[in-house]
Design a protein around this ligand. Structure first.
Ligand SMILES: Cc1cc2nc3c(=O)[nH]c(=O)nc-3n(C[C@H](O)[C@H](O)[C@H](O)COP(=O)(O)OP(=O)(O)OC[C@H]3O[C@@H](n4cnc5c(N)ncnc54)[C@H](O)[C@@H]3O)c2cc1C
Length: 379
């Protein structure tokens, strides 16, 4: 059953209707095959871009949709309820554009953002390194100034869309000062010396390519630096606040998909002479799942509304990421339980939902790191 949404404007309600139609026609029929064969659906991102769904939270004059975050996130949730890897991809792409929008000059924005927001250029975000995940300030990839260029050398691990993207937003070290020695660069995929390693073999999100990006003396003009030298980590962390909301919305979408599948099955499947939903023990499990989905959605909507109002939202974003992904992990695991033995097979999507959700407790800051952020706010 589609989620019951209170949209802020008739235009945003139309956007949700458009998204549902597109998801049903173009995404749902393809997800199983793409996940089974680990095929990256580049054309789907082009399609979403053409439909105006890739740049929703950015201003219209730069090619975006001019929508509040509250609306953008609900669109992401609708996409993820059918295809988590694409929902993650939309969120990662938005995150990849965020640095340019927030820290770029007017000239930089006008030059690159319209193609990025229109779906012609797909983005990736390179912060993590093999030894620097939760602690990105420990990164070692270097960007050394040489005349009008920087030369980047190192390896950025775990890049979503690695080897598939058209541009990479890269954080690299421009001085030895730990957190303040990092700068942010917009690197085109065809830059000499930039290659993708063999993609990771993952537990889920098979159609989303994840690879280490190797920088072997990649020369980048200084005009592709976003913000001042040394501002890179601050840009990255600000992006992550927004990105965490994207992941919270994806998690809610997957949990909603799992709940819908579980309810449909529980109404049909009979045991002891009645539908299993009519056994109170199982009906209560489904009720708890529904409550977990609804309450998770409320946390990301609250954080989004703070952001839309220009209020600080870092703590609320961490709460949303923590609650939404932990709730989704529980809901998707319980969905497998509701389907019994069938839930453990690939005949139904719930085992996939469970595998896909696990990583949401890990990326964009693990849930331990979200607790760290929240507890710092409490102090
Ligand atoms: C599928 C996938 C896609 C990804 N996509 C991207 C991407 O596009 N771009 C990008 O930059 N990165 C990406 N990542 C990387 C991701 O953000 C990191 O994996 C994550 O931040 C955790 O870092 P780590 O794996 O190095 O774990 P570690 O930092 O080594 O942590 C290991 C464990 O220690 C815990 N821990 C660490 N520090 C603390 C602490 N202070 N207190 C308590 N516990 C702690 C962690 O919570 C975790 O449980 C992706 C990862 C995956 C798996």
């Amino acid at each position: 059953m589609p989620a019951d949404r209170l949209m802020p404007t008739p235009e945003s309600a139309d956007l949700i209707a458009l998204t549902r139609e597109l998801v049903d026609d173009k995404l749902r029929p393809r997800v199983d095959e793409a996940e089974r064969t680990a095929t990256f659906p580049r054309d789907v991102f082009t399609l979403l871009g053409r439909a105006g769904l890739l740049g929703l939270p950015y201003p219209e004059e730069l090619g975006g949709g001019g929508q509040p975050y509250e609306v953008y996130l609900q669109v992401v949730e609708e996409i993820a309820s059918a295809w988590a890897a694409v929902g993650v991809g939309v969120s990662v792409h938005a995150l990849s554009c965020f640095g340019l929008f927030e820290a770029g000059t007017d000239e930089q924005r006008r030059r690159w953002l319209p193609d990025m927001l229109g779906g012609d250029l797909l983005g990736a975000y390179c912060l993590s390194e093999a030894h620097a995940g939760s602690d990105p300030a420990a990164m070692r990839t270097k960007a050394v100034r040489q005349g009008d260029d920087y030369v980047i050398t190192g390896a950025k691990a775990w890049t979503t869309h690695g080897g598939q993207a058209d541009f990479y937003k890269v954080m690299a070290r421009t001085s030895d000062e730990k957190g303040r020695g990092i700068s942010c660069f917009l690197v085109p995929a065809d830059a000499d010396g930039l290659t993708a390693d063999v993609p990771e073999q993952k537990m889920g999100l098979m159609s989303s390519t994840t690879a280490t990006m190797l920088f072997d003396g990649v020369r980048v003009p200084a005009e592709r630096r976003l913000g001042a030298e040394g501002q890179g980590l601050a840009i990255a962390l600000a992006c992550l606040d927004a990105g965490r909301l994207g992941i919270a919305a994806v998690a809610v979408g997957v949990a909603q998909g799992a709940l819908d599948a579980a309810v449909a099955y529980a109404k049909e499947r009979e045991a002891f002479g009645r539908a299993i939903i009519d056994h109170q023990g199982l009906g209560f499990l489904l009720a708890d799942m529904a409550a977990a989905v609804d309450s998770a959605r409320a946390t990301y909507l609250h954080a989004a509304r703070l952001k839309d109002a220009g209020r600080p939202y870092g703590r609320a974003a961490s709460v949303a990421k923590l609650v939404a992904t932990d709730n989704a992990m529980k809901v998707t695991t319980d969905a497998v339980q509701v389907l019994g033995g069938a839930g453990y097979t690939k005949d139904f999507p719930v085992e996939r939902y469970m595998r896909e959700t696990k990583v949401m407790q890990i990326f964009e800051g693990t849930n331990q790191i979200q607790r760290l952020v929240i507890s710092r706010h409490l102090k």
